[in-house]
Ligand binder design. Structure first.
Ligand SMILES: C[S@@+](CC[C@H](N)C(=O)[O-])C[C@H]1O[C@@H](n2cnc3c(N)ncnc32)[C@H](O)[C@@H]1O
Length: 240
């Protein structure tokens, strides 16, 4: 995208700074302790319903764990991340597992160049919350354009389920209920751009997606699978 003075700088540091390979390795270990990464990847691959020889893009690929699982199904994969250190680590892991069908590109949701109508599936885990909502909308339009017709996008991210409860009591309850990674959650509420479920769904709809599947854990960790449509929803068309 051409440099503009109103353009969000997605390369600025938001959240944890993975500035060394040691920190990335520690992140990788922590994630493997906290999450059942293999099960997550199986779920995501099942939702994407990829055809043979699919083209897959992951944005904010981090250590590249999802792409390694996708590449093992025979998919041609591209991983994008703003962190050169993450990319270096992901590249090394892909080489160690002898997966030449993964290519890594430095860039992000708003800046990485990708062709239109190219990918059967796009995935992003725990990365979109680095953008404010306005820029999430920009990112989703780019994701929509990059997908083939009926291609699917799976988003896993911190998205809050706050509905009618008083906001203070909702967020304080969430924090109280966390035994571990409380600091992480506080950072997401206070200093990152984690959004709300109903906003996220509106952003999907506005970008031209239909929701096919959603699941949530712990009131704030959401998985959405959306499919690209070309039809602008009736109510958005009426608003102009
Ligand atoms: C918490 S890690 C998640 C990594 C991996 N997707 C996972 O689920 O474990 C977030 C990743 O998003 C990357 N990231 C942050 N902002 C980004 C942006 N605007 N575009 C692409 N990647 C971004 C970070 O560099 C980091 O590697």
């Amino acid at each position: 995208m051409k440099e503009k003075n109103w353009q969000w700088n997605e390369f600025q540091q938001i959240g944890t700074d993975y500035s060394s390979v040691d920190e990335v390795e520690a992140y990788d270990r922590r994630m493997r302790d906290m999450r059942d990464i293999d099960a997550e990847n199986r779920t995501i691959l099942g939702l994407l319903k990829l055809p043979e020889n699919a083209a897959v893009l992951e944005i904010g690929t981090g250590t590249g764990a999802f792409l390694r699982a996708a590449a093992k199904t025979g998919a041609r994969c591209v991983g994008v991340d703003i962190s050169p250190v993450m990319l270096e680590y992901a590249e090394r892991r892909a080489k160690e597992e002898n997966l030449p069908n993964i290519r890594f590109v430095h860039g992000g949701f708003l800046s990485a160049p990708w062709p239109e109508n190219r990918f059967d599936g796009i995935v992003s885990g725990l990365a979109l919350h680095h953008l404010p909502d306005l820029w999430k909308a920009f990112a989703l339009r780019r994701i929509h354009a990059a997908l083939k017709p009926n291609g699917r996008f799976v988003l896993v991210d911190v998205v809050f389920d706050w509905k009618s409860e008083a906001p203070e009591s909702y967020f304080e309850r969430l924090i109280r209920e966390r035994n571990s990674s409380r600091e992480n959650l506080i950072r997401h509420i206070a200093r990152e751009y984690s959004t709300l479920d109903w906003i996220m769904k509106g952003l999907f709809e506005h970008a031209g997606f239909v929701l096919e599947y959603e699941s949530g854990r712990m009131d704030f960790l959401h998985l959405y699978c959306v499919r690209k449509t070309d039809a602008v929803p009736q109510k958005l068309r009426a608003r102009g």
